[in-house]
Design a protein around this ligand. Sequence first.
Ligand code: HEM
Length: 364
Amino acid sequence: MANPTYWDYLKLDRLLDLQGGLEGDEKQLMSDELHFIIVHQAFELWFKLTLRELRLARDHLAAPSVPEEKIPYVVHHLRRVNEILRLTAEQFRVMETLTPQDFLAFRDKLIPASGFQSFQMRELETILGLDDADRVTLGGTAPIDHIEKLATDSPGGKLAVEHLTRARAETSLRSAMHEWLFRTPVQGSSPGDAGDEETVDQFLSDYLAALVNLNRGKAEQMASAIQSSPEQVRQQMSRQETMAKDFLMASDVAEADRPRQKRVRAGVLFIESYRELPLLAWPRNLIDTIVEVEELLVLFRTRHARMVERVIGRRIGTGGSAGVDYLDATTKYRIFTELWAVRTILLPKEALPELSSAEKYGFA
Ligand code: HEM
């Protein structure tokens, strides 16, 4: 075989021949449209790599048991995802060099094509664990159904259906994370150990008692600092305590799933609370990295929405949505809800329930 060349390795002959747009000939395109095509293609390439990294992270985490030394690999893949998300959010600046009026010169011929049909973006959301039921619909149609309805027999249409069908059949990062969190040793006890349910229940009730105790001591001081009545502050705190209890007892979850979900939540709470224990160092690092994935995805959506507002104002999108209002609504999506919720109820170290079986959390 001949020595490899840069151009053959990267298939540059094919890659650089893919920017012809609907005309199939880039010479017929004005430079603004070539810019528009290249920016979108660059994003889709980054999405492709993101999907690969997310699947690798998910596969490690979905194993029936995840040894401590595997967690750095999960974190490694997710950190790459985070850097890509950070970079692509910045990339919208390049798109913004398209002026609103120049975009109008070719916008209408794109209708009804839209980023709304980016099947890799939907795949990414699905692999992370966004439920169809939680998505904002377009005229009552869920975004993925929308793509499947539009997908014809064209090569792109077939690819879209193939990608989405595959993603929907897979375990999401969210479910893999739940399985892993479920097995977290809480106060030294793991699922399957004698009395595990009682140990977890005891930890949760000690934790709630510590939260109430801490609030009691603070109500007067808070009230005078914010010039409110102690009664009003107590009411707010009591609402927060009810929320904490509902969350930790998994009252929002169907009864059949409640014990499992309660243990998942106890697991996150335990890792976040006793995060300095040697054996919890990587698990908390992993949780931080997953929170960052979601934070960066929200920032990506927000950045896209602001860019869209700058370029097309409040017009409807070429895909038929309300445009910026639709995009802003998607910034409310949260996939890793437990990781966010636990932040509201964390206690300072000195107020935490006493740790038992500390020796089990040291390095072997
Ligand atoms: C001038 C440039 C752009 C404009 C005016 C624009 C506008 C819009 C609008 C209005 C929507 C909502 C759906 C619709 O009704 O069409 C949308 C969705 C979307 N756009 Fe863009 N966009 C631009 C560039 C980009 C770029 C560079 C990307 C990178 C891949 C992108 C990715 C997406 C994605 C993934 C969605 C679906 C969002 C969701 O449903 O969560 N857009 N875009």
